[in-house]
Design a protein around this ligand. Structure first.
Ligand SMILES: CC(C)(COP(=O)(O)OP(=O)(O)OC[C@H]1O[C@@H](n2cnc3c(N)ncnc32)[C@H](O)[C@@H]1OP(=O)(O)O)[C@@H](O)C(=O)NCCC(=O)NCCS
Length: 392
């Protein structure tokens, strides 16, 4: 019989702007961010012995430089036990969610009771374009430039006929909601303060996300131009910004959690990944969510809260409309504390981060919500979706 998997806790660093002069974490290494989050996670879960962890599954979109096999190396750098192995997973943006799915499946089949699921991306020290060398044969199938992220967002806007005014509305709402959530202290329980420095170089403990734009207006966004295409519609405001961030969670078999007397509220119900046309990678969640609904038998009407990673405004709206979830912002059940347009999107981290935020929303703002879903698209046409159920 399959074991039940419960989520014990999850936390993250604040998201820093990946900017070499202004980023609050500009002098913090990627592995230090992840180790800092692991330290915070274990400090607040003293009943969970790091030595009892079966393995770490960590998502990172780019396994190079400071993020090379970061699941293992950040663990070792933190002084954690050598006998705990790690698997650093690359599935582009869904890497962190994929890490969760791998770890949950391992517990379900009885391969150990306790796993750390993590995600980390440092888009400053490990830029998106670093080390890319596309196969010539791939270039014959997909014309050069057609699978770069901005180009795919432009294509989705065109093919799915997404109006720029609607996309600006999403960006506005995302930033306003994220700012409101931050000001109400809603992220406090998930953010582990890590030392960084402000724009002037003064050291401080970073406790809030740097990208949230308090001064955002529809008018200022109207004047912006697309950096991706001549006369294009996708501007920086409609794109998730370049970010540094890390997150980690403890997941466990329900039996073990009960044996240790741990608190938990949610169980992992299931996950699904789906591939789609890489020139429109952003609409991948349509297919992953459809698969998940079919696989779990839980319809979208039964899902009370959804986190959809806002890679770009165009793909977010296309996905929500095609799935019949929402027409436009303000959203009723999606990204209630803002999304990646405002909070940032450290690629391989986001898939796990949105699960942590989802469960915090369900705990605090939606105590009656039974099901919560998180989904995100990924570069080159990889999308994932996962479902959680409140059991306590
Ligand atoms: C879009 C992108 C190229 C912009 O990069 P950038 O030029 O370094 O971004 P910035 O944040 O500096 O924004 C550019 C300008 O727009 C302004 N701007 C950005 N968002 C704004 C907003 N919501 N309202 C008003 N102005 C805004 C900035 O202030 C800046 O203006 P300035 O140059 O006068 O300071 C980059 O964020 C990107 O590539 N994002 C997508 C990342 C990605 O592909 N992720 C994977 C998804 S699957």
């Amino acid at each position: 019989m399959m074991k039940e998997v419960v989520i014990i806790d999850g936390c993250r660093s604040a998201n820093g702007r990946a900017h070499k002069e202004k980023g609050w974490f500009r002098n913090v290494r990627a592995d230090e961010l992840l180790t800092g989050v692991l330290d915070g996670l274990f400090a607040r879960n003293p009943k969970v012995d790091p030595g009892s962890v079966e393995a770490i599954f960590c998502g990172t979109a780019k396994q190079v430089g400071q993020t090379l096999d970061i699941g293992r190396l950040a663990w070792l750098a933190g002084g954690y036990p050598e006998h705990v192995a790690a698997n650093t997973i690359c599935q582009q943006c869904p890497s962190g969610m994929s890490a969760l799915e791998h770890a949950a499946r391992a517990i379900m089949v009885g391969d150990g009771d306790t796993y750390i699921v993590a995600g980390c991306e440092d888009m400053l020290h490990v830029p998106m374009a670093m080390g890319i060398d596309f196969a010539p044969r791939l270039g014959k199938r997909y014309p050069p430039g057609s699978i770069t992220m901005g180009a795919t967002a432009e294509k989705v806007a065109e093919v799915y006929n997404v109006d720029p005014a609607d996309m600006r509305q999403v960006a506005l709402w995302s930033n306003k909601n994220a700012a409101a959530a931050r000001d109400a202290g809603k992220f406090d329980s998930e953010i582990i303060p890590i030392e960084g420095e402000d724009e002037e170089g003064n050291k401080f403990m970073v406790k809030t996300d740097q990208w949230i734009r308090d001064d955002i207006t529809l008018e200022s966004m109207e004047k912006m131009k697309s950096p991706f295409k001549e006369n294009g519609v996708i501007t920086a405001a409609m794109s998730s910004p370049l970010t540094q961030g890390a997150c980690a969670m403890i997941i466990m078999s329900r039996d073990k959690a009960d044996e240790l007397g741990l608190d938990y509220n949610f169980k992992y119900v299931g996950g699904a990944m789906a591939g789609n046309d890489p020139t429109m990678m952003g609409v991948g969640p349509i297919f992953a969510v459809q698969k998940l609904v079919e696989r779990t038998g839980i319809s979208l009407d039964q899902v009370d809260v959804i986190e959809l990673n806002e890679a770009f405004s165009s793909q977010s709206l296309a996905v929500l409309r095609e799935l019949g979830i929402e027409e436009n912002a303000p959203f009723k059940k999606v990204n209630l504390w803002g999304g990646a347009l405002a909070l940032g999107h450290p690629l391989g981290e986001s898939g796990a981060r949105i699960c942590i935020t989802l469960m915090n929303i369900m705990k605090t703002d939606k105590p009656d919500a039974k099901y919560g879903m998180a989904t995100l698209c990924g570069g080159f046409g990889n999308a994932n979706a996962v479902l959680f159920e409140r059991i306590k």
